[in-house]
Design a protein around this ligand. Structure first.
Ligand code: HEM
Length: 141
């Protein structure tokens, strides 16, 4: 008999793939790539790709995040990705990428907080000087 404890929903199962496994999927018959830690089987899409087959073969079996972003793909292109999604990159292979992201975020956010107050502060000091000189000038003439 079903009890209260039995009615829990199960976590959706996500397939995990290592970069090692991915490397083998680099042919026209079997073409996978990773974008933002997600694995896509784009074998059927290769011929339809508006950017051509060649660029996809260059990235086949590897992480194509950078090249995908460099092109500046449209929202439509990003939507298309969903239908080819087959799983996630294994966390062991994601580690380095994740750390890179964190480092980038931290350093960029700390540098932006610097410029957040430094630029207005310099502007205020400059304005102060300009005002002073203007007043001295107008008094002496
Ligand atoms: C499976 C993932 C991909 C999908 C679904 C996809 C989809 C698309 C789509 C729909 C376009 C038309 C323009 C747009 O809507 O942005 C496009 C153009 C293009 N894509 Fe991809 N693409 C993928 C991966 C890649 C990768 C890995 C590269 C590597 C360099 C690439 C390079 C290009 C280039 C060069 C164009 C032409 C851009 C232009 O003519 O301005 N794509 N792609």
């Amino acid at each position: 008999m079903a009890q209260d404890g039995d009615t829990q929903c199960e976590e959706p199962q996500v397939n995990m793939y290592t970069l090692e496994e991915l490397r083998k999927r680099n042919s026209a018959k079997d073409l996978w790539l990773v974008i933002h830690g997600r694995v896509y089987d784009i074998t059927k899409f290769v011929e339809e790709h508006p950017g051509g087959e060649e660029v996809l073969f260059e990235q086949a079996g590897a992480d194509a995040t950078e090249s995908f972003e460099d092109v500046g793909h449209s929202i439509d292109a990003r939507e298309m990705l969903k239908q080819y999604y087959i799983g996630d990159l294994h966390p062991d292979d994601c580690k380095n990428q994740g750390q890179k992201d964190v480092l980038l975020t931290t350093s960029s956010s700390s540098s932006s907080s610097w410029s957040n107050w430094l630029i207005p502060a310099v502007a205020v000091v400059l304005l102060g000087f300009m005002y002073r000189f203007y007043m001295v000038d107008s008094r002496s003439s």
